[in-house]
Design a protein around this ligand. Sequence first.
Ligand code: GRF
Length: 297
Amino acid sequence: MLDKLQKKWKVNGVQLALILCTFAIGGSLTGYIGRKLMPFFGIESKILWLVVYILLITIIWPMAVVVVSVFFGQYKFFSAYLKKMGLRMGLVKHPMVPPPVPAKKEEPMKSIAIMASGKGSNAQNIIDYFHSQTEKRIMVGLLISNNPMAGLNAIAEKEHIPLLSISKESFAGGKILVEYLKNYNIDLIVLAGFLLKVPASVIHFFPDKIINIHPALLPLHGGKGMYGHHVHEAVLNKKETQSGITIHYVDEAYDHGRFILQITCPVLETDTPELLAQRVKQLEHEHYPKTIEQLLQ
Ligand code: GRF
């Protein structure tokens, strides 16, 4: 159970303990403040008292945990956590950041868009790869994220690359996405840990121009729900002797389109999902930028 939380929140053991302490103390503080404030309302009816009390602690709780989190050094985690909850409950609106006017592409410069929902190590690696080239023929012209908490948001700021932050609903419509990709003259759309299904309308609009990387040897261990540690756990559970990466075109099914490249690596008996993930990630970082480059040549 604690292991699962650690993985879900991507924290180490110490941080998890501090987070749980924050929840516990924040919760107790909320109850305490709530009870102290209730007499000021002078409510007689028991039911009304309960309703007001629940409303009150719902308001106090986020403030209490944020205050306590500062003392436990977990402010960053809790501000992101509350923002995520707010988004899920529809209390906070998804920030749809309109990117600035696209930079003019100098011919024969090619431009790619990277879409990511998670940490963004592949996105950063692709950006670094094309930055480091003396002859600049390919640029990362647009970043697209459906998750305001994704690493891509910070990367966009740091690298000064326009970011389209799009909600799940707007993304599913496809129209906004097509509009941006057209406006930015995107030649190739690169999925790097993007968890939403690309709408059929977008796939039809950009035939053979959308690619994805999967951290296993497809068709094994792919499909809906197969992402991140789930993939590596499945590989280990099946006692596979090798794993690797698959770079493929995107079609209407998850992890299904035509293969472009597969590279293997061994699975060791001593592997944990984390160790295997590291080995596979190295392959991703080595081969994904080169494959993009070859496809655009
Ligand atoms: C990678 O393992 C990739 O194969 C998969 O999503 C992961 C993204 O990792 N599609 P990162 O966010 O780029 O580190």
